[in-house]
Unconditional design. Structure first.
Lengths: 202, 217
């Protein structure tokens, strides 16, 4: 098994014209990309716009991607360049955020989007997701919790986790899967209760 | 079965699934919306565990990107076409050069075999004994002018008499053969054009008098 094999298999599908495979890549990396972009811009809505632009640039550039580097490394580079360009462009043409209602429609739209991203509803939904996941993790048996945290927080491979937990790699794979299943049971309820945008994707 | 599939999805999300299984699962993932939603929730779990603050976990980003890409053309045509074109381009100049050189060589060898210096019978007698299609430019002026007395002058004025025409053509043929390896296709083509033109003039000079004579009779 090779590192980045799953990304590459999705990338190859996109390169053969399967747009659905690109959805999976966006779903996998959207949060990481927004977090990365937020090093350059503080506003979450602006970060999402830049991340969106980076994804679209990546899609258009995918025919040139040969897999010499990991897909996420390549994607991150595009996102960083997009963010830097956005910052430079914004600095060249500063927008008056304290605008009044008589300003141009474009500026007013931006203000509207900024407000929308910071609505209490949006924050509550994110907090609800966060608290649901955290509660589900707390309720996990110790071996499952350790396995999923080592994987997601420390970024260890299954082999490294197996060495750390002194168990076979197959057991690690099973533990991580069962941990995700347990969290997903609770998380699905939250998403299906009004946040099911991922379900609507495509 | 379903559990095995979900287990594979979890391993694939972590880049821990063998490549062959990844290929198969990627195909299904691209089409199965439920599987894709589960995949998206795996990403949300990771974001929470890593405490990615400031990131909206219910962000409609994926949906927005998907909506924009709906208007985009599929990548398959854009990625394969340039490769095919690029693959064709590299050999085209070589093929053209080779073809031009081959045509030049065959033409020159044929013409040399027909020349008085190379064969037993003179070209004029061979042409006279073997009726064949002639170049239009060589025949038509002679036919048009066959009734007048100046027909021979019209044809021969391009090259003079028959004897002087044969010698430069042979020399030219020898020159082309000797330099075909080093000369460019364009230069060879120009030389051959000049060569063929002078030969055409010769043929006209050989044929026209007989036609003129027969029509005069």
């Amino acid at each position: 098994m090779s590192a980045d094999a799953s990304d590459l298999s999705l990338v190859r599908r996109v390169q053969r014209g399967d747009k659905g495979a690109f959805d999976a890549l966006v779903l996998k990396y959207q949060h990481k990309l927004v977090k990365l972009v937020m090093r350059y811009v503080r506003n979450p809505a602006e970060a999402e716009d830049i991340a969106q632009e980076a994804f679209i640039k990546a899609y258009r550039a995918l025919p040139q991607f040969r897999g010499d580097s990991a897909f996420y490394t390549w994607l991150y580079r595009i996102a960083i360049n997009t963010a830097k360009n956005a910052v430079v462009s914004r600095d060249r043409s500063p927008i008056d955020y304290d605008l009044d209602r008589n300003s141009s429609d474009e500026s007013y739209d931006m203000q509207g989007r900024m407000k929308d991203s910071e609505t209490p509803e949006g924050l509550v939904l994110t907090d609800e997701i966060r608290s649901t996941v955290n509660a589900a993790i707390d309720a996990l048996p110790e071996d499952l919790r350790t396995a999923i945290v080592l994987r997601e927080l420390e970024g260890l491979s299954y082999e490294e986790i197996a060495a750390a937990m002194d168990c076979p790699v197959g057991t690690v794979r099973s533990r991580i899967f069962r941990a995700r299943e347990a969290i997903d049971r609770r998380l699905r309820e939250v998403f299906e209760g009004g946040l099911g945008r991922a379900e609507e994707l495509g | 079965m379903k559990e095995e599939l979900d287990s594979q999805l979890s391993a694939m999300f972590d880049d821990e699934l063998p490549s062959a299984e990844c290929e198969l699962l990627a195909r299904r993932l691209a089409r199965d919306e439920q599987l894709k939603a589960r995949w998206g929730r795996y990403a949300v779990m990771g974001a929470v565990i890593r405490a990615e603050r400031g990131v909206r976990l219910n962000a409609p980003l994926a949906g927005r990107v998907s909506a924009v890409l709906l208007a985009e053309p599929a990548l398959v045509s854009r990625s394969s076409a340039p490769l095919r074109v690029a693959g064709m381009r590299w050999w085209q100049p070589l093929a053209a050069t080779g073809l031009a050189a081959s045509v030049a060589a065959v033409s020159v060898l044929w013409l040399r075999s027909q020349s008085p210096l190379a064969g037993s019978a003179p070209l004029s007698s061979q042409l006279a004994s073997a009726p064949r299609a002639l170049p239009v430019a060589a025949v038509v002026p002679a036919a048009i002018n066959s009734g007048g007395g100046s027909s021979l002058n019209y044809v021969l004025s391009r090259g003079g008499s028959t004897a002087p025409l044969m010698v430069p053509s042979t020399e030219l043929a020898n020159y082309v053969v000797a330099h075909s390896t080093f000369s460019s296709p364009v230069a060879r083509r120009n030389l051959l054009s000049a060569f063929m033109t002078s030969e055409g003039g010769t043929l006209g000079a050989e044929e026209a008098p007989q036609d003129a004579q027969s029509s005069a009779k």
